[in-house]
Design a protein around this ligand. Structure first.
Ligand code: HEM
Ligand code: HEM
Length: 179
């Protein structure tokens, strides 16, 4: 009997699109400190960070639907049962962060009294300006951002280890080439 050897086409697309947006958001915010304070470059980098971050939130719902309705192709050669546990935990944390991180960012900016727009469309204000709240949300956003960064590095390293070290089809299930 034949079975799926890769994630669905749209699932793969949305995985790589989200990955690119997250990596771009992280790179912009980590590098923006190199630009001079008050410069247009610095504020454009933060603008990009926020737009890419909000796009991650927009893609979350279709992604969740694809995940819940799609097939998870088997890993070949099969991995020991316990290896699924850290993988599931990491994927679960990613799903949580893909919602929590942009939401914290949006609320943080609004609590600090600034208005927000996504691709030019104004976003309604969910919180009133409140300095203490903004600080708390900022702290949570920084912690979440750092977890996101390190989890992404480990996740990518593990994917490459599966491909080149263990030589299984874990990475190919997310790619486009013919088997
Ligand atoms: C996937 C989405 C996102 C990720 C991974 C992310 C990650 C991060 C990280 C790592 C930092 C820097 C932390 C540090 O200083 O070490 C940061 C800062 C910041 N982020 Fe995000 N972020 C995301 C979405 C957003 C969104 C949607 C907004 C607002 C609309 C936002 C607004 C900000 C702001 C204003 C800062 C600067 C905070 C400060 O200067 O203390 N972020 N983000
Ligand atoms: C930084 C952003 C990334 C995020 C948020 C992310 C998120 C995820 C999530 C949640 C899954 C579970 C399948 C799903 O529900 O879609 C997954 C699977 C996968 N990702 Fe990523 N990913 C990122 C970057 C990468 C990179 C850079 C690589 C490659 C080097 C990669 C390779 C894979 C592979 C091979 C799988 C399939 C693993 C499996 O099914 O166990 N990802 N990713």
């Amino acid at each position: 009997m034949s079975h799926a050897t890769r994630y669905g086409f749209w699932h793969r697309n949305i995985h790589w699109l989200t990955a690119a947006l997250v990596i771009a958001a992280l790179a912009l915010v980590e590098l923006h400190d190199l630009a001079q304070r008050g410069s247009a470059l610095r504020s454009n980098m933060m603008y990009g960070h926020m737009q890419f971050g909000m796009a991650v939130l927009l893609l979350f719902l279709p992604r969740l639907v694809l995940r819940l309705t799609g097939m998870e192709p088997p890993v070949e050669p099969a991995v020991p049962w316990w290896m699924h546990l850290p993988a599931r935990a990491a994927h679960g944390i990613f799903y949580l962060l893909m919602v929590a991180q942009p939401v914290l960012g949006i609320l943080m900016v609004q609590a600090s009294g600034r208005s927000l727009a996504f691709l030019g469309l104004p976003i309604p204000s969910f919180v009133s300006p409140d300095k203490a709240l903004a600080k708390t949300l900022d702290n949570l956003h920084v912690i979440g951002g750092n977890v996101f960064l390190w989890l992404a590095i480990v996740h990518a390293a593990v994917a490459l280890w599966h491909h080149w070290g263990r030589k299984d089809n874990t990475l190919r299930r997310m790619l486009y080439s013919r088997d």
